[in-house]
Design a protein around this ligand. Structure first.
Ligand code: SF4
Length: 163
């Protein structure tokens, strides 16, 4: 199943994207997953945080800014911005299908950064291309080969792949 998280993972490691899409759970006690959870729960408390979960969507934060509905995606760092952009574009697209027109913001509290993401023509084109690529990947009957990368030590599947 394609989800925002699968799209994000696809830009980091195809094997991870395949595992998530096939609902093989990562190791929940991985300290980097814990840190991510903490940043999500401790950041932006002053804003109206409303986590929303729909099929394929887990929105960290949604709030109104004047007339605009803003969807916020909280990240630990700006390392994986390409994937975070696709993830947010996917959420904006799924919300649009449900009649909600929203703008997106990638929020990186540790770096005090906020990056605007919009579902404009380029965004739609990039999202459709990424979905097509991910569909091809997850339809593969076998798990992709493991290839060591800089993210492995922080990945929830590290034990699965390398022990
Ligand atoms: S541990 Fe490395 S190879 Fe395995 S899924 Fe994670 S990032 Fe990919």
């Amino acid at each position: 199943m394609i989800t925002g998280t699968v799209l994000l993972s696809f830009t980091v490691c195809e094997r991870e994207a395949w595992l998530i899409a096939h609902q093989i759970e990562p190791e929940q006690s991985n300290p980097f997953i814990e840190i991510g959870r903490l940043i999500h729960t401790e950041s932006y408390r002053k804003n109206q945080i409303r986590e929303i979960a729909l099929p394929g969507i887990k929105i960290d934060m949604i709030y109104s800014q004047g007339q605009v509905t803003v969807v916020g995606e909280i990240k630990k760092s700006s390392k994986f911005l390409k994937g975070a952009r696709l993830q947010l574009l996917y959420y904006l697209s799924e919300l649009k299908k449900r009649g909600v027109h929203a703008a997106g913001k990638i929020m990186i509290p540790k770096e005090k950064k906020q990056i605007d993401i919009n579902l404009d023509d380029q965004g739609i084109k990039d999202l459709n291309q990424a979905i097509e690529n991910v569909e091809k990947l997850i339809s593969l009957p076998k798990i992709p080969q493991k290839i060591r990368n800089a993210f492995c030590t922080k990945c929830g599947y590290e034990q699965f792949c390398w022990s």
